[in-house]
Design a protein around this ligand. Structure first.
Ligand code: S5P
Length: 283
């Protein structure tokens, strides 16, 4: 049996049992993009404007909804409308890490009601598999998907060795059907040869074409290193795309900044897709 990395996204979509992962793979194949934009901005209008600008080029919008200062449910409604307009899924990067009961309440309730609008979310396995069961109780009836943080991009991350392996083992033996992949830097499910048990997605942050890192430990690799060399499936790009909005120049002239944001989206989409075509031998 051959590695998951040699299969096309469309082929994998056809056999994917998790509804959210299936929809994501189908969207990737349809739009020819493996780019997810991480929209880490702190006001509602900027968040929506970035999504509108890069929407045509992405398969997935990743949010940190708790950093939005003027959050309200109208933001969620508008974001959902944009996801339909541009054909992308939504991933709330909540990184749940509590006991099952608390995680399930954090996922379903509170101000943000994440499960009601986010197709995909993620969790640390630190509390053990009960975090999966707690979240699955809420997410499975809604056809959502869960990613486990098996590896992180920041310098000195403790997500390695037996911890990473435990994430892989839990994902493979998950009986809820909720776990559909990982946040990871490499093809963690194929460390010991091809994964023939269960198709799992690998979404990878720490992607940048122009810089190697930031002043707070983030480490960047190129789309080619991530998709072709490391066999990951989706590139997650934040400041590499919306960065032009954050400069003094960008704050003064938002219109010009959004032109650049759109261009960066196109640039990362192209780089990610070329790396994928090279990986599956179509280029
Ligand atoms: O290991 C990780 C996991 C995640 S989800 N490293 C990360 O950087 N992330 C997230 O990806 C992080 O929270 C941020 O939202 C995004 C990377 O942003 P960038 O601006 O550095 O591209």
């Amino acid at each position: 049996m051959s590695s998951i990395t040699l299969k096309s996204y469309a082929e994998r979509a056809a056999n994917q049992p998790n509804a959210a992962a299936k929809a994501l793979l189908e969207c990737m194949a349809r739009k020819q993009t493996n780019l997810s934009v991480s929209v880490d901005v702190t006001n509602k209008q900027d968040l929506l404007d970035v999504c509108d600008a890069v929407g045509p080029n992405v398969c997935l919008v990743k949010t940190h909804i708790d950093i939005v200062e003027d959050f309200d449910m109208d933001l969620v409604e508008q974001l959902t409308a944009l996801s339909k307009k541009h054909d992308f899924l939504i991933f709330e990067d909540r990184k749940f890490a509590d006991i099952g009961n608390t995680a399930s309440l954090q996922y379903s309730s509170g101000v943000h009601k994440i499960a009601s609008w986010s197709h995909i979310t993620n969790a640390h396995l630190v509390p053990g598999p009960s975090v999966i069961s707690g979240l699955a109780k809420v997410g499975v009836p809604l056809n959502r998907g869960l990613l486990l943080l098996a590896e992180m991009s920041s310098a000195g991350a403790l997500t390695k060795g037996s911890y990473t392996q435990a994430c892989v083992d839990e994902a493979k033996k998950d009986t809820t059907g909720f776990v559909c992949g990982f946040i990871a830097m490499s093809r963690v499910d194929e460390k010991e040869g091809p994964n023939t048990e269960k198709d799992l997605l690998i979404l990878t942050p720490g992607v940048g074409l122009d810089v190697k890192g930031d002043s707070l430990g983030q480490q960047y690799r190129t789309p080619d290193q991530v998709i072709r060399e490391s066999g990951c499936d989706v590139i997650i790009v934040g400041r590499g795309i919306y960065g032009p909005l954050m400069t003094e120049e960008g704050k003064k002239d938002k219109k010009a900044a959004f032109v650049k944001v759109r261009e960066q989206g196109e640039r990362y989409k192209k780089a990610g897709w070329e790396a994928y075509l090279a990986r599956i031998g179509q280029k």
